[in-house]
Structure formats: structure tokens, C-alpha cells
Design a protein around this ligand. Structure first.
Ligand SMILES: Cc1cc2nc3c(=O)[nH]c(=O)nc-3n(C[C@H](O)[C@H](O)[C@H](O)COP(=O)(O)OP(=O)(O)OC[C@H]3O[C@@H](n4cnc5c(N)ncnc54)[C@H](O)[C@@H]3O)c2cc1C
Length: 502
């Protein structure tokens, strides 16, 4: 290739861009993250936390504890706010979610990214680009141009990268609009949720704890306000005046709100990129999908997009895999977000505040309290049930590899520990040497392990113990062996490139 400044340029250093920067750096790719904000500082708190699969994904990189130690562990998976889906009996080391505001999530991610040596440049906006067969010219604010092998738009819902690549963003228009803000109040606010004919509203302190499953707000400090707006379609930036007016309309008082830290708006519009890649340009996170925050899923699937894409893009950049490997990114991740769009639309409808919808909500709440729906919806909302379609076979194929406690020649080890460097892993439980991946020795780590326990998958339950599993760097099973190694060479080639000539 000619004069390339970076193998990959990432536009946007939100949760998705940071995670992707880390994944590419772990895989040895020369990447830069360009973020138009002046620093990682986020004025408002936005997302409220992480679901179980995201915590697992962070655990696979050895950083889950950093998040857990700063947040509130709780049963956060829910399809209806009234009916938490308790996943405490799920077979995972993290059978819960984590309450932690997005500004903290980004700060912790950015600290890790810094440790890994990922260059993140703040105060730089990508303003345009042009791709050709060999790379992408990326135009930056300030007049500079960078030459990149690939450009990934992690630049949020209004993604300039998505638009510039001509990628369609079909979906549903907004039917409701909410004001969201963090403010100080002169009077004691009415904390909690309120439903009325105009919709759902809520006030809570930014600082809170969870005790015995209940949210306990701090006695003082900033208040987070969420109010259904009377009309959809306002485009002007919301002001403190708008917030006061909306509070009056719902509560008959504005609680003396002042000193806004952040005032914004969100809607239930739901849209998804029709293609996640056009040539050398890709999109991930909110750039690829937007939807209502109900269920708290956007940040989670963005981070997981990054973990799906990172190792694939690295292998293509390295030349170990053909560009077609990138097609599996769309094939695997588009359905995941499509399902999230669908479930947010359904939740949005169920949250309507007219009486007839109330009856429907009661019926659904009854269903969700039953054992099988609880498990299925808990698996869906937590992200633990994701299955990539890798064909027929053992139930583990295409699903997340459980974090088993293994016995190895180096002593006891957790599976997730073996994934920390984001390397492919062939785990063999049989005779050493029964599964040969020698021609991939430069790429795939092989670990012979003992494991005596059961193999239990979320929702599915116990499955037959495999004799070997090929685990991708994102933690999903690419091949599951019984006694023979049938299919192993194919799987190794498909996912990790052609064997090295000996
Ligand atoms: C009120 C609210 C509550 C939410 N609650 C939850 C929740 O509980 N759980 C959850 O999972 N999700 C939640 N979400 C969604 C979550 O906030 C988003 O899904 C998440 O931030 C997406 O991350 P991202 O990195 O893809 O995009 P963003 O966070 O939007 O980051 C994009 C970044 O790109 C930068 N950028 C944009 N354009 C350019 C450019 N041209 N050049 C350089 N940089 C650029 C931006 O400054 C920004 O930092 C919530 C959202 C809202 C609004």
C-alpha cells in the first residue's frame, strides 16, 4: 500500500469507538481514534448502565472489575419497568446488570484505552472522506487530511460517516419525545416515576444506591429529570424554560429548577443502517442503529459491535483473512440490532398510558412473571442469549463461550483469562494432540484443559460436554468438536485465515 498514515481511522470516541480502538490495538493494528469533543468529559450522564453480556465482554479483557467497583450491581434486565427479569440463576459469573452512568463508563474505558497505548485525539472532527480501492482519504477539521486503510464511523446516531458512505437508515419516525436533564432544584423534588395521560415522567437523583433491589436516592445533589413532551418534532435545542414549562404541566410546579448541567431530548425513532460496510468504510454503535433508550440497550450493543468487528478488521488489515470476513460483521450484528429495535418498539407501545394499553401491559406483566418467559426475555435483554448463525451443530456453536474454571498445566485458569489478549483459542479437553492446529500456531493459542463440571448455557440449560471448542477473540464458539476433529480445519480457515505453509 502507498502512503498510509494509519491502518484504521475511527471517527468518534464514545463507548463504541473507544472499545474498537482497544480491540484493534490488542490485535496489533495501527489505529487512531478521532473525537470531536475537547476531552472525554461528557456533560450529561446519558446511558444508565451495563447488561450482563457487556460485563462478560469486559471481563474477557480483564477490566470488568473496574466497572463493577464503581457501579451498583442489580437486576436491571426488564421488558416492562414494573417487572424486573431476575437473572440471578443464569449460568454466568455476572448474573446481573450494573447501574453506572455513561460518563463513568467512558472515563473507565478511556483509562484502559490510554494504558493500551491507543492514540485518541480530541478536538478533531472528521468532516468528509473519499475512498478508493486502496484506502480512504479522511478530511479533518483544521484542514488536515489523513490516509487510512479503513475508516470506521463510531460517530453516533447522526453519523456523518454513514451519510457520507450513502448508507440508508430506514426505520420508524418518532411517536413520542422526551426531555431529559440534570439540574439543581430549590425545592424538594417528587422522586420516582409518574404516569399520566400525557405519558411517563420521572425524577431521580443522579447519585443513588441499590439496597435490597430498591433504588435509594441520595439526600441531595443533582436531579435527573425525564418528561414526556406534549408534542413530537421540536428541533430547537431544549432550554431551562422548556423544562420549567414541562414540569409545571405535569407536576404543577417546577421544583425551583436551576443550574442545568445538561438538557437534551430523546425520541422513540428507530432506525438501522441498511449496510454496515461499504468498501473500506464501516459503521458501528449508534452510527449503525438508533432507538428509544427503553431497556438500556444502545451502549451495550455498540460495545458488542466493536468486539465483533475488531478482530475481523485486524485480520483483514494484516492480510491473514480476505475482505469477505468483514461481511460476517454485518451478517452477525445487523440481526442483533434489528431485534433490539423491535423490542424497543414493543416496549414503547406497552408503555403508552391510555387505559386499554394498561390492560395489555398487565397481561404482558403476568406473562413475564412466568418461568419460561422470564428466562427467555431475561436472556434477550441481558444479551446472554445471542447466537450467531454458524450453521447446525452443537448448541454451543455460535454462542458465547462460558467462563469455565479450568484445570491446566499452568494451574487453575478461567476461560475469560485466556481471552484477555483477544487471541483465538482452541480449548481441548481430550488427549493433548488430538486436535491439530499447528499450521495456525502463529495465530491460535491451544490450551489443554480439564473441566469436570456441567456445561450449562443461558436459557438452553445443560448441553453435552464438548471434547474441544474453538473460541473466537470475541468469545463466541466458532467450532465445537465431539470426539473427532471433523470441520476444525474448515473453521480455522474460515475464521483465522489460510494455514501457514510449512
Ligand atoms: C437518555 C438516554 C439514556 C440511555 N440509556 C442507555 C442505557 O441505559 N443503556 C444503554 O446501553 N444505552 C443507553 N443509551 C444509549 C447510549 O447512550 C448510546 O447508545 C451510546 O452512547 C452509543 O455509543 P456510540 O459510541 O456508538 O455513540 P456516541 O456515544 O454518540 O459517541 C459518538 C462520538 O462520536 C463523536 N463524533 C460525532 N461526530 C464526529 C465526527 N464527525 N468526528 C469526530 N467525532 C465525532 C461524538 O462527539 C461522540 O463522542 C441512552 C441514551 C440516552 C439518550
Amino acid at each position: 500500500m502507498g502512503m498510509t498514515d494509519h491502518e484504521v481511522v475511527i471517527a468518534g470516541g464514545g463507548p463504541t469507538g473507544l472499545m474498537l480502538g482497544a480491540e484493534l490495538t490488542l490485535a496489533g493494528v495501527d489505529v487512531v481514534v478521532l473525537e470531536r469533543r475537547a476531552s472525554q468529559e461528557l456533560a450529561g450522564s446519558r446511558a444508565g448502565g451495563l447488561h450482563a453480556r457487556t460485563i462478560e465482554v469486559l471481563d474477557q479483557r480483564g477490566i470488568a472489575e473496574r466497572f463493577l467497583s464503581e457501579g451498583q450491581v442489580a437486576q436491571v434486565a426488564a421488558f416492562l419497568p414494573s417487572t424486573p427479569l431476575d437473572i440471578s440463576d443464569f449460568p454466568t459469573r455476572h448474573p446481573y446488570g450494573l447501574g453506572l452512568w455513561q460518563n463513568h463508563i467512558e472515563r473507565i474505558l478511556a483509562e484502559w484505552v490510554l494504558e493500551l497505548g491507543v492514540p485518541v485525539q480530541y478536538g478533531i472532527e472528521v468532516i468528509g472522506f473519499a475512498q478508493d480501492d486502496a484506502g480512504v482519504d479522511v478530511a479533518l477539521s483544521g484542514g488536515r487530511t489523513l490516509r487510512a486503510g479503513y475508516l470506521v464511523g463510531c460517530d453516533g446516531g447522526r453519523s456523518r460517516i454513514r451519510k457520507g458512505a450513502g448508507i440508508g437508515f430506514p426505520g420508524w419516525e418518532a411517536t413520542t419525545s422526551h426531555l431529559i436533564a440534570e439540574v439543581e432544584t430549590a425545592e424538594e423534588p417528587e422522586l420516582g416515576m409518574r404516569r399520566d395521560a400525557s405519558g411517563i415522567h420521572g425524577l431521580g437523583r443522579v447519585e443513588y444506591e441499590i439496597r435490597d433491589g430498591e433504588v435509594v436516592y441520595a439526600d441531595q445533589g443533582p436531579v435527573r429529570v425525564m418528561l414526556t413532551e406534549p408534542h413530537v418534532g421540536s428541533t430547537a435545542e431544549p432550554t431551562l424554560g422548556d423544562l420549567r414549562e414541562a414540569l409545571f404541566a405535569v407536576y404543577g410546579t417546577d421544583f425551583g429548577v436551576h443550574s442545568p448541567i445538561w438538557i437534551s431530548r430523546f425520541t422513540d425513532a428507530a432506525r438501522q443502517a441498511s449496510a454496515y460496510r461499504v468498501g473500506r468504510v464501516l459503521v458501528a454503535g449508534d452510527a449503525a442503529h438508533v432507538h428509544s433508550p427503553v431497556g438500556g440497550q444502545g451502549l451495550n450493543i455498540g460495545v458488542q459491535d466493536a468486539v465483533n468487528l475488531g478482530w475481523k478488521l485486524a485480520q483483514v488489515v494484516r492480510g491473514t483473512s480476505p475482505e469477505s470476513l468483514l461481511d460476517t460483521y454485518h451478517a452477525e450484528r445487523h440481526p442483533v440490532a434489528a431485534r433490539v429495535l423491535r423490542n424497543t418498539l414493543a416496549q414503547g407501545v406497552l408503555n403508552r398510558t391510555d387505559e386499554r394499553t394498561g390492560a395489555l401491559r398487565d397481561v404482558v406483566a403476568e406473562l413475564l412473571a412466568m418461568e419460561e418467559p422470564r428466562r427467555r426475555f431475561g436472556g434477550m435483554m441481558s444479551g446472554l442469549d445471542v447466537r450467531y448463525d454458524l450453521g447446525e451443530g452443537h448448541p454451543l456453536l455460535g454462542r458465547r463461550m462460558p467462563d469455565l474454571d479450568l484445570g491446566t498445566a499452568d494451574g487453575p485458569l478461567r476461560v475469560f483469562t485466556l481471552l484477555q489478549r483477544a487471541r483465538p483459542l482452541l480449548l481441548s479437553f481430550g488427549e493433548p494432540g488430538a486436535f491439530d492446529s499447528a499450521p495456525w500456531a502463529d495465530r491460535v493459542q491451544v490450551v489443554h484443559a480439564r473441566y469436570e463440571g456441567t456445561w450449562e448455557l443461558p436459557i438452553i440449560g445443560n448441553v453435552p460436554a464438548p471434547a474441544a471448542v474453538l473460541v473466537r477473540p470475541d468469545g463466541y464458539a466458532a467450532w465445537v468438536g465431539d470426539r473427532t476433529s471433523v470441520g476444525l480445519v474448515d473453521a480455522l480457515t474460515t475464521w483465522f485465515g489460510a494455514p501457514r505453509a510449512s
